[in-house]
Write a protein that binds this ligand. Structure first.
Ligand SMILES: [Zn+2]
Length: 184
């Protein structure tokens, strides 16, 4: 229906930090519109997932593309309403990035190595699934958004943030934010 404007850190931080409320009526017309807006907006972006608060709607809805592990094929978009973690494996540190924090990446966010979750699908049916690796990181990151949490909050070392910069050989290299030349 429409590509929406994303909320960004830090300018929209107050709104990104709010907790989203549960969806009670899955057949609601406004919810259908929200889901389509999430899909259209994700389609226009390089990310693997998007959560409703990122387009300014404080509802517990996310659209994800699983299949983000190296050996997997990316799956079609999947809508998860009221997603909840049932069970999770031990934390491991790994990659993170966020559409609301563009061009900033880390390899240092602790998140569960696998997750079993429950959610309601677009058609009102129950989804129960176990995902691991990057897919577990993705769903965990999105549920964080629904709780008003950003990946920066989970970093033990705030210096472990990188941004791509042009390298001498015409490629790009990852440079730590703290090592960037300061504007004065
Ligand atoms: Zn995010």
């Amino acid at each position: 229906m429409a590509v929406k404007r994303l909320l960004y850190y830090p300018e929209d931080e107050t709104r990104l930090r709010q907790v989203s409320r549960r969806v009670s009526n899955v057949k609601n017309k406004r919810l259908k519109r929200l889901i389509q807006d999430l899909k259209d907006t994700l389609e226009s972006q390089p990310g693997a997932a998007i959560a409703a608060p990122q387009i300014g709607s404080l509802r517990r809805v996310t659209v994800v593309k699983f299949g983000q592990n190296d050996d997997a094929d990316e799956e079609p978009m999947l809508t998860l309403i009221n997603p909840e973690i049932i069970e999770a494996g031990a934390d491991e540190t790994g990659f993170d990035g966020c559409l609301s924090i563009p061009e900033v990446y880390t390899w240092d966010t602790p998140r569960p190595s696998w997750i079993r979750f429950r959610a309601t699908g677009e058609d009102g049916g129950e989804i129960v699934r176990r995902v691991e690796g990057m897919d577990a990181r993705v769903i965990h990151h999105e549920i964080d958004h629904l709780d008003g949490r950003l990946f920066l909050d989970r970093l033990q070392d705030k210096d472990e943030l990188y941004t791509p910069m042009p390298a001498e050989n015409g490629k790009t290299k990852m440079v730590r934010l703290i090592d960037l030349p300061r504007m004065s």
